[in-house]
Design a protein around this ligand. Structure first.
Ligand code: AMP
Length: 329
């Protein structure tokens, strides 16, 4: 029997090059080796306020992008999180297994709650990791490919699975996280001290979206912030901008940092950026041409319907094990 791999992406805006390189590409490369599940994390999209119409539109858009990125519905179950009601129920149960301190220590919570002090911090931001715990445990997941920012949440999942199993008897499988060595944290092109995010302080110059106009995307790379060393060298602490561009190039082409450094020895940043821009443009062109084919209501509805059925089937069994273990049925 194949082991299970699962990952999810929030539909809270267009997917980014960071989503692709940090999570989706790693999933696509391994989908045949596993019993694979990918979901549109629409419940996670509403942990803070987001226009309902935006969530609705982004769901199908996300599925079409998954397909365009190479996710194969013949080998991977693709579904929408809110179609499988068990996510909410197990999420609720897992919240009760969690200490306040564990959630307060989550880096994402600490960073984002600092930005929310004016109006008060959303509890969604505080408890969403326990929903992630449920997302993972429901499918007996063995491996979760994610970007570096989500590693801590998979570690929390392991802690809670272990705690639950100890208290109530073996109920959940232990998941492992897979964070790829290259491209696990793609940085904002204008501020390479921050992660590349879907929302980018309004002007979006630091974020490449997978559906960006090709010339716009190239311009974003060409105007990426670098440094004054003028040396194409991988050094995340002192040259974060150049190192970020090297990660993007290396992750897309599989070329090692050493080889890139060698090729660009004594050459300027302009020439290097041109190559990165070209490689990114080719990647986006490929994704965008496939996206047009897959962005079809009938295809997407069929995938979502089948995915919801398959996912519900497994999720129901796991939830039933958990509720039985708790003495609830
Ligand atoms: P999100 O968009 O926050 O739902 O993230 C979906 C997946 O993409 C998660 O596995 C993240 O870790 C990954 N991800 C998001 N942004 C980046 C980034 N800038 N670099 C690498 N991985 C990322």
């Amino acid at each position: 029997m194949k082991k299970t791999m699962l990952t999810g992406v929030r539909p809270s805006g267009n997917l980014t090059l960071g989503n692709y390189l940090g999570a989706i590409k790693n999933f696509v490369d391994r989908q045949e080796q596993y019993n694979s599940y990918i979901f549109v994390a629409d419940l996670h999209a509403i942990t803070g306020y987001i226009e309902p119409q935006k969530v609705k539109e982004s769901v199908k858009n996300s599925i079409a992008i998954y397909l365009a990125c190479g996710i194969n519905p013949k080998v991977t179950t693709i579904f929408k999180q809110s179609d499988v009601l068990e996510h909410g129920t197990l999420g609720f149960i897992m919240t009760f297994q969690t200490k306040m301190g564990e959630l307060s220590r989550m880096t994402q919570f600490k960073c984002k709650s600092n930005q929310q002090t004016k109006e008060g911090v959303d509890t969604g931001l505080f408890v969403y990791p326990t929903l992630m715990v449920a997302d993972i445990l429901l499918y007996n997941t063995a491996i979760v490919p994610v970007g570096k920012d989500q590693q801590q949440h998979v570690e929390l999942t392991r802690d809670l699975a272990e705690r639950f199993n100890k208290r109530y008897g073996k109920t959940f499988e232990m998941p492992d996280v897979y964070v790829a060595p290259v491209g696990n944290k793609i940085l904002n092109l204008q501020n390479p001290l921050e992660k590349m995010n879907k929302s980018d302080n309004g002007d979006n110059k630091g974020t490449i979206f997978l559906l960006d106009d090709i010339e716009v995307a190239k311009k974003k790379i060409m105007s990426a912030k670098t440094d004054s060393y003028n040396n194409v060298h991988f050094d995340e602490d002192n040259q974060p901008g150049i190192s970020n561009l090297m990660s993007i190039l290396s992750k897309i082409t599989d070329e090692s940092f050493e080889s890139i450094e060698k090729r660009y020895k004594n050459k300027g940043y302009g020439e290097f950026k041109k190559e990165v821009a070209q490689v990114v443009a080719e990647l986006l062109l490929d994704i965008q041409s496939k996206y047009k084919t897959y962005n079809d209501e009938i295809i997407l509805d069929k995938i979502l319907k089948e995915g919801a059925m398959q996912a519900t089937n497994i999720a129901k069994q796991t939830l039933s094990r958990a509720t039985k273990a708790l003495g609830l049925n």
